[in-house]
Ligand binder design. Sequence first.
Ligand code: SAM
Ligand code: SF4
Length: 326
Amino acid sequence: MKDSYGRKIEYLRLSITDRCNLRCRYCMPEEGVESVGHGGVLSYEELLRIAAAATRLGVRKIRVTGGEPLVRKGVVGFVKQLAELPGHPEITLTTNGLLLDGMAADLKQAGLSRVNISLDTLREDRFEEITRRPGLQRVLDGIHQAAAVGLNPLKINMVPIRGVNADEIADFGRLTLEHPWEVRFIEFMPVSGGLGYTDENRFSAQEIMTELESLGSLTPVERSGPAGPARLFRYSESLGRVGVIPAVSSHFCGECNRLRVTADGRIRPCLLCSDELDIREALRQNVSNTGLEELLRAAVVAKPKQHRVGEKDYQEGRRGMQQIGG
Ligand code: SAM
Ligand code: SF4
């Protein structure tokens, strides 16, 4: 599938739940989070129909996300069904890592190829401050277990925020000296209102680079796989690499190859634009496979050229990342 700007769309992100066992301050409010509830969330059967239609249209990679995908019952079996779809798309998953230690082996066995783990601090007290829950050691155990069972190359995502955790960028960069991991730094994005985003507390890609270079000089790394938003670098003796994702300060939209499906069954052509197409209603009206494919194609056509964050009239949306599926 090609969109109106010639971008090849081959990556689908499926949010399988809007529930989460953490409450990261930049993603979700502490209270008053309305879950779409059991009936509102797409069933695994519905998600599989979407995934199958997408693979027929050329999608090669499917990421399972949320909310926290590992809190949804049956996720291992779902991963297995995704991996067995005709065309055998690559299946990856984004998680906060809390439940990974006990699940990594089963997920690998089910056909998961890789995992991205979100971690914003290496300090227990700060972990609790940012996520409003304890659990740093469990996440670290999950990371090591994922690497041990071969969910590689393992990626760690960190969102540096000024005055919160940006002073740990070099500590995260240091992890790549000893481990063959990709540690990626993602600029804080104004996804949803009321979660503390300001232009001032966003730590820019340029500032992230400066922090990383305090450890040693960085050499750009050529990508071996398909294009992605991260600019990759390595230190001279490092086993892993670091990635910087300038989500806001410079457009990565030219390389955008993805569609998202929210937990409540909306296709979202762009993370940072609120436009969505209702696919749940179509599924519940017994849409045909051809009808499903048409909906996906329509979403691809609706992809905007680029997001409008930073423009005068840009407004944060009403949905948090945990609903959209970051
Ligand atoms: N719960 C899982 C996790 O945390 O990895 C998956 C869903 S979470 C919404 C996906 C990613 O979105 C996480 O890496 C998180 O750091 C990121 N995220 C959430 N809100 C964000 C924001 N405002 N700006 C940048 N990244 C954000
Ligand atoms: Fe949950 Fe992930 Fe959002 Fe944190 S970033 S609250 S772990 S969905």
